[in-house]
Design a protein around this ligand. Structure first.
Ligand code: SF4
Length: 338
């Protein structure tokens, strides 16, 4: 254990997160009722709902403001009719990942790093998601296929970091994660494990004592990149579990997306950075949204985003100003915009 003196968070989390995952809000009518919204205010897009169904964990819905169609958390999950409009330039694979997905479950873009699609599903469906059209079915692996992918990583002597992505890697059971971590830790040249997950935000109960112990006992330096776009997402329970993770040697970073109507203003971005710091998480990246089919209503112009970062810089210390980046297909790394 990296810091055995610290007691891991003791919650009733272990038994709860899977129940919460089994009881997601999936019917738009139920969400409207739960939030006491006027149903006439924003009828759902039926095709949008069919193509990428609503999925909202109840602990996340509880952080939405009742009766407010403009709520920034609601906007991120609501299957809007605007998604059904086709727009030139918006595509289903905006990062051209298919070309790097030569082995099921594995994406190799950068030397020294490999990305494992560690789960074929998420706890929440974020409407702006760049993988909302990804072929998860073709990338759902059996244990034997996992073993093959891990064996191929073992042959790459340049490999230093494995990134667990998805879907959401923490949607796996603890038993599955334990097996995966054990396999990865046995690759001698590997030094770092990076986990990208929105689950610690949307179902903080996921950060069970067992999971915290597993991560802090792992031989690999562990970096947990949470995905939070708005300060309202980070409640006291998130803060408590992130503090424990940080205290146990896990590096905590946040990756956000700048989204129209959610966080495309200085007060929202400033509040997010300040709230992250309270939660022991550093703001790392602010992504310009990818050019994903069905997400035009979220897009923010690069110049507008640059101006927001400049304004943030005048109000916050440098370590609280995220790097504004864009993923450009075919580029060797993310493109820094500000
Ligand atoms: S949790 Fe991440 S991968 Fe899943 S839908 Fe949201 S943005 Fe996409």
């Amino acid at each position: 254990m990296k810091n055995p003196a610290l007691k891991l968070i003791d919650t009733d989390a272990a038994e709860k997160w899977q129940q919460i995952l089994a009881d997601l809000i999936t019917d738009p009518k139920d969400l409207v009722e739960f939030l006491a919204l006027d149903p006439a205010g924003r009828p759902p897009g039926l095709k949008a709902q069919q193509d990428f169904p609503l999925r909202v964990p109840r602990p996340f819905a509880e952080r939405m403001e009742k009766g407010n169609w403009q709520d920034p958390l609601l906007r991120q999950v609501w299957p809007d009719r605007e998604e059904e409009q086709a727009h030139p330039g918006l595509v289903t694979d905006p990062l051209a990942e298919a070309g790097f997905n030569q082995q099921p479950g594995l994406i190799r873009k950068y030397r020294g790093r490999a990305l494992l699609m560690a789960a074929p599903h998420c706890a929440i469906h974020c409407r702006y998601c760049f993988r909302r059209h990804f072929d998860y079915q073709a990338n759902t692996l059996s244990r034997a296929q996992w073993q093959q992918s891990i064996d191929s990583l073992r042959q790459d002597l340049q490999l230093r970091e494995v990134i667990l992505s998805g879907g959401d890697p923490l949607a796996n059971s603890d038993a599955q994660l334990a097996w995966l971590l054990e396999q990865l830790a046995s690759i001698p040249q590997l030094t770092t494990l990076r986990i990208h997950s929105r689950l610690p935000v949307v179902i903080p109960q996921r950060m069970s004592r067992e999971l915290l112990a597993m991560l802090s006992n792992c031989r690999l330096q562990t970096v947990l990149v949470i995905h939070s776009n708005h300060s309202q997402e980070l409640d006291a329970r998130c803060q408590e579990s992130f503090a424990e993770l940080a205290a146990n040697g896990i590096t905590m970073l946040n990756q956000a997306v700048i989204l129209k109507g959610v966080n495309d203003n200085v007060p929202a971005l400033k509040a997010l950075s300040e709230r992250l710091l309270q939660c022991h998480v550093l703001p790392y990246y602010l992504h310009l949204p990818d050019q994903v089919a069905g997400t035009r209503h979220f897009l923010v112009d690069a110049d507008e985003a640059r101006a927001l970062i400049a304004a943030l810089r005048s109000q916050l210390p440098g370590y609280l100003v995220p790097r504004l980046v864009q993923e450009i297909p075919g580029e060797q790394s993310k493109t820094l915009l500000a």
